[in-house]
Ligand binder design. Sequence first.
Ligand code: ADP
Length: 627
Amino acid sequence: MRRGPVTLVEITRIALRLGFRPGTAAILLAFYLGSTFFEALGLTMLVPVFQFVQRDGDVAALIAENRYWEYLVSVYRVAGVPITLATLLVAAFTCVLARTLFMYARVLYTAVVREKLLWSVRNLAFQRYLGTMSGYAEHELSGGMVNDLTTELDRLIYALFSIVTLAGLCLTLLLYVALLLALSLPTTIAAVVILGLAGASLRGLWRKTQSASYRVTDANQSMAGFLVERLKALRLIRLSGTEPAEAAVMGRLTGRQRDNMVRLAALMARLDVIVEPAVVALGLVFLYLAVGAFDLSLEEIGLFLVVVLRLLPVVKEALRTRQSMIGSIGSIWAVDNRLRAMEAAREPAGGRVEFARLAKAIRFDHVSFAYDDGAAPALDDISLEIPAGAVTAVVGPSGAGKSTLIDLLPRLRDPTAGRISFDGRPIEDFSLETLRRGIAYAPQSPQVFSVTIADHIRYGRPGASDADIREAARLAEADGFIGQLGDGYDTLLGEGGVGLSGGQRQRLDLSRALVRKAPILILDEPTSNLDADAEEAFRAALERIRRETDMTIIVVGHRLSTVAIADQIVIMEAGRVSDTGSPTELLARGGWYASALAKQPGPVNIGADPDPAEDVNWKKTNIGRAG
Ligand code: ADP
């Protein structure tokens, strides 16, 4: 992971990578310059005002004394305004007004572009996350991701805009120094020397601020990682009675956040302690030199003081901005590292061929897969054929590699050796988008968002009509219980689908998979969490789907009663296919299937001959046209 001190060049590079446009910086700087220019002009206007008062308005004498009065007079002449005390004051006030307008524009523009950048980076990060390979998300704590996209990103964007603020402040500083120079060279040199010394004394503070920043980011990350994980495991925590222990860990993690934030704030406050006295000393030295050594006139001393008084807050502000930029270093690296890692873990886009239907078969030829380099392969030299339009069940003990095998079909993972083909065409030829559109998937534990029943089903195919939704629910044997719910298809599902039984959720989710009308349907251990009745209902749904559609169905499971309706059963053990055949063949052969079947209770209906389809409409017209 990249870390370390961050130079202005580096921040600028990161800013450009995130989409911060140089044009935006230029506009912001222009606003800065505008306001600074008018501020300086307003202040400078005080000199002629003083002189005008001193000479009792004798413009001819003023022109004789100071050459710039000539310019002033000609400017007033062009404007067609007489020079009076009032018009001089109005001019000074106009400058103040112009400065305020520029400041207002800058604040407004900053808000707009900052929020826009925040918005676009956050969306970019989320899109990249969605586009990463499966392995990436599996190795990352989702809490860390949440933290990076919220807290750290906010701090990062703030820091990026600080660069512009800093540049603007430096320009202001330069302008003031130029103004001072015009008044008196030696005093300016003295000022610059004092400021330089004050700046050098801050190096230690910068270093401490930087390490405090990293600690803040680390503490945020740990807390968010812990929190998100525990939010998902509330049931387990309650049932294990580990609330006090979890609360104690949370207390420790949030305590670390608190302490680190306090430390960072203390370091920020220390800046004032160092800078404030230096600044006052500077003012006094100025005054002393101006009066004692350099023999300046009263109005010049007045202006000098005003400039110095304006200059000092600018110096302080510049230092503070620099410090808060350093204080955000942890966030800068965290977000930048996150975006780079996600980019590096991006899924391949696949080929150009559109996957629309499966006519013959899916073939695995000597396919192997290992999760990590050096790990024992989860799949070891698998060769197998999954015929189109039939039900293939993949069974075997836990850890045999069944889920890994089906992850290869939508290319959630790619084989480390061997090849997979659809109707003879290598899987890599198909575009990832159409391949995934062509595979409907119902997982073991359905994910249910807090939406209505209809919306959940429609998640399978946005744009599906109400009729499609009802038809999918009917096919999944879900329309019966949906009809009995208070609001039918408009019933709102709670977070996590509270309110439905395990079996109902499973069939609801099956409806979602079916509404896709994809040529391939994968069901991952669909009945492993269900009781006998629910399992029977699911089995009925599966039989209906088989009867009424020509989908290629792949059922993964170790509940043998459900898979007994399959046309072909593939038995996996320790990453290898140990046997393949129809249920009757396998039973006759003895072996793992026969003995596992004997051990497992439940309705078994081997070799059942399904009724011929009554409703062939779905079969002939709908399926096979991917979503
Ligand atoms: P099954 O679905 O038959 O229970 P899996 O395909 O889930 O089997 O697992 C096969 C093997 O791969 C097991 O040894 C398991 O520990 C390992 N495995 C599964 N998922 C991962 C993963 N995300 N990272 C590393 N190893 C994994």
